[in-house]
Ligand binder design. Sequence first.
Ligand code: HEC
Ligand code: HEC
Length: 207
Amino acid sequence: MARWLVILGLCLLFPTAFAQQSPGGAPAAAGSCVACHGPEGQGSGAYPHLVGLGEAYIRRQLDAFASGERANAIMKPIASGLSESQRQAVAAYFSGLSPVPADAAAGAPPDGPGRTLALHGRWQQDLPACVQCHGPGGQGIGEDFPPLAGQPAAYLEDQLKAWRAGNRPAGPQGLMGHIAERLDEDDLKAVAAYFAALPAAGEAGDD
Ligand code: HEC
Ligand code: HEC
């Protein structure tokens, strides 16, 4: 009996640690997310995937949705309905899900201007290649640089427009604000289509 009380006490003290370790141990607050973001955080339809996003990144987005700095009518009430510790717990949970590594050979992303921008940038405009920060194949790097591969094209395009319109905080060091303002309408469409066509981590592998 006492042992269970200790375990219960630890769970209450360190909810995120337990949420990450136990399979099926999703924090209760994550239950409502899956309707739109999929049971494995893999996204569905127009809803972005959460798997592969870093903990700090997810936490920052939830805070920004809640404050309205990142303007979104759907996510605002959801994020504001979560307490600080629930935001932390769901961020830890979704970032802790491990995607199956994507098979790089599986994707056949479109050739053209989107690909050039993604892989080479446009140096005459001081525009670095997207993959420099978002990783080879747009798979994301670490806590702060989210994956772009496999996110819905309309979603990616909307985010770039949101930065240009000041509807989303520019993130660490204002990086994306500076980048988005150098992209014109054609660029947005092309580069969004390119990353959307790449296999997301977890999509290409079968097992
Ligand atoms: C009713 C559908 C719906 C539900 C339920 C929902 N979301 Fe979302 N979520 C969205 C939409 C739509 C977006 C895209 C918002 C945008 O375009 O900025 C989004 C975006 C996000 C993002 C940003 C992803 C990124 O790549 O920047 C995070 C993080 C997120 N949701 C977390 C959650 C969590 C955690 C929950 C559960 C507590 C949740 N969502 C529940 C619809 C939903
Ligand atoms: C110098 C580093 C850097 C470069 C280069 C860069 N990004 Fe980003 N990008 C970031 C960071 C950091 C974030 C996370 C911003 C935040 O925390 O809100 C981000 C986020 C994004 C997101 C939002 C993803 C999501 O899940 O909501 C999109 C879309 C995006 N970048 C597109 C691009 C495109 C397209 C390019 C190339 C034209 C590019 N980025 C180049 C640093 C970079």
